[in-house]
Design a protein around this ligand. Structure first.
Ligand SMILES: [Zn+2]
Length: 209
């Protein structure tokens, strides 16, 4: 027991806890200062075409909140993932009814192999046994959306997802790190509704409106 405690203390000295955003040493990641710099935006908007029934997020996509999204995606920061997922659950978990299912927005398997994980899987963890990662697949690898016009984004994603028949009659909540134009979520929703999903909503960490 003493030996274990000794090993733990040595590890703490060698790898001290620090905020994944500003690098400040301490127990919390992200630290209270970084959290206070995020612009809380517990917003909900509706897609005018009703392909998406509801989009809800927690923070405006800028500054520390945008940095958190980037850090999570490019350097699997598990301390950040846990905090981000818990915020999403705390703000919006109550909307997920008893019989609804939760689906992380999938990335193509080639990207997953390259990155080693899908950030949306990590953000879905608080939803526990309601998560159905295998009900939606990305069937086509698409170039990154950044830098494309709205029309190019929609064309880029056309037919990129396929949904399982199991979604028929279900209310679905997609989980994503950030919703900007909504193009990805709308394509997911089309695939889910083509298989009979009743409603498709999105819960994400960040949004831009
Ligand atoms: Zn910090």
């Amino acid at each position: 027991m003493l030996l274990m405690e000794f090993v733990r203390r040595c590890l703490d000295l060698a790898y001290p806890h620090k905020c994944a955003l500003c690098g400040l040493l301490g127990l919390d990641s992200p630290c209270a200062v970084c959290i206070s710099q995020m612009e809380e935006r517990v917003n909900t908007w509706r897609d005018p075409h009703r392909t998406l029934d509801q989009v809800s997020y927690c923070y405006f996509y800028s500054g520390r909140a945008a940095q958190a999204v980037q850090r999570l995606k490019y350097s699997r920061s598990t301390s950040l993932a846990k905090w981000m997922a818990n915020q999403m659950y705390k703000f919006h978990g109550h909307m997920v009814q008893e019989n609804a299912i939760v689906i992380p927005v999938p990335i193509h398997w080639t990207r997953r192999n390259h990155r080693g994980f899908n950030q949306s899987d990590l953000l879905s963890e608080p939803f526990g046994d309601r998560v159905r990662s295998n009900y939606l697949k990305r069937t086509r690898s698409t170039p990154a959306q950044a830098g494309l016009s709205h029309e190019e984004r929609l064309l880029n994603l056309d037919g990129a997802f396929s949904a399982s028949k199991e979604v028929k009659g279900k209310s679905v909540f997609l989980i994503d790190d950030v919703v900007t134009s909504g193009g990805t979520a709308i394509e997911c929703s089309k695939a889910l509704k083509a298989q009979g999903a009743l409603q498709v909503s999105v819960i994400s960490f960040c949004g831009i409106t």
